[in-house]
Design a protein around this ligand. Structure first.
Ligand code: R5P
Length: 313
């Protein structure tokens, strides 16, 4: 039985788990709901981290007493710049208050797509962010980080970092709530996730070819699709402008395949992303709750709870 299945079984039976001693969660406001769920599963205390914005734009954060040897800070990094500084302040505050070990739970880890110098003069932002977070934290846990040219988190972080999989949770959603005959990933980067979901549910999968023309514009070339398949799900780790998923849905509709649903792990959904995808014919837009959004339907708290239980045993 996988960690995910065990956790689902726990939720279904209501079985009691041993609470972990000496561990407390600390959460920034926007991640409070997810942090509370993780804490609820592990029967741990979850304290809010207060932040105050000074008139000049600087921030002050305040943590509650750590109450143990291990502190877990939960923060999801959509619109990340100010949030990155604040999580470093939180680590410093917890360390000064006596915490021995600080774990960062980052349901969505930012800047992972900038993993190379694409044009002369650019930074490798992924490396900078890895070094920055490693300077404050002893360990990082995240879900489906966007890894492409750099394939392992150990190449990004100087502290131990673990990447968790959303595939079993997505597969369960598809099986129970939106059965389809085919799963499509937009590009090579989506292949690992798409292949895993398809393997669990034993359905056909294909990967398209994507050519990015600009921030909100992509060209998609569909691969050969086995004949007779009429209902598809699109799966990707991230949707930002929604242009990628909209472009695939349009191509599919041209060959009479309906896009039953598009499932993303991280719903960045900038500007009119959702309406762009709906206009392209996507019937249901579904996301994991790594970033709070009305499309959240796939619960990731048990995945983080299982990983934390192993770490804090
Ligand atoms: C990139 O490879 C990612 O996996 C996503 O496909 C990409 O970030 C989606 O961006 P957008 O929604 O702006 O097309």
């Amino acid at each position: 039985m996988s960690d995910f299945q065990r956790s689902v079984a726990f939720r279904k039976t209501g079985a009691k788990l041993q609470s972990v001693q000496g561990v407390k969660l600390h959460s920034f406001a926007e991640s409070g709901r997810l942090a509370d769920k993780i804490a609820g599963i592990l029967r741990l205390e979850c304290a809010p981290i207060e932040d105050h914005l000074f008139p000049d734009g600087e921030t002050r954060i305040r943590v509650q007493p750590p109450g143990g040897h291990t502190a877990v800070v939960v923060r999801s990094f959509v619109e990340p710049n100010a949030k990155l500084v604040e999580v470093l302040f939180a680590a410093d505050a917890l360390r000064r208050a006596g915490t021995k070990r600080i774990i960062l739970v980052a349901p969505y880890l930012p800047y992972m797509r900038q993993d190379a110098v694409f044009n002369q003069g650019e930074a490798i932002s992924q490396r900078v962010i890895g070094a920055l977070l490693s300077s404050g934290y002893d360990r990082v846990l995240t879900l489906e980080p966007h890894l492409h040219r750099i394939t392992k988190l150990s190449e990004v972080f100087e502290c131990p970092a673990r990447s968790l999989s959303a595939a079993p949770a997505i597969a369960e959603y598809l099986r129970e709530r939106s059965p389809v005959e085919l799963i499509i990933g937009p590009d090579e980067e989506s292949k690992r996730l798409v292949r895993e979901v398809a393997r669990i549910n034993r359905i056909e999968w294909v990967i398209a070819e994507k050519h990015r023309l600009g921030d909100r514009s992509v060209q998609i070339k569909l691969p050969l699709i086995p004949s007779g398949l009429r209902r598809a799900a699109l799966i990707d780790d991230i949707a930002s402008s929604g242009a990628t998923l909209a472009a695939i849905a349009r191509e599919l509709s041209a060959i009479k395949i309906a896009t039953e649903c598009a499932i993303v792990v991280h719903a960045l959904f900038a500007g009119p992303a959702v309406s762009r995808m709906r206009k392209a014919g996507i019937r249901k837009i579904i996301s994991c709750n790594t970033i709070t959004h009305p499309t959240n339907q796939i619960e990731v708290a048990p995945i983080f709870a299982d990983a934390l239980r192993t770490l804090t045993r």
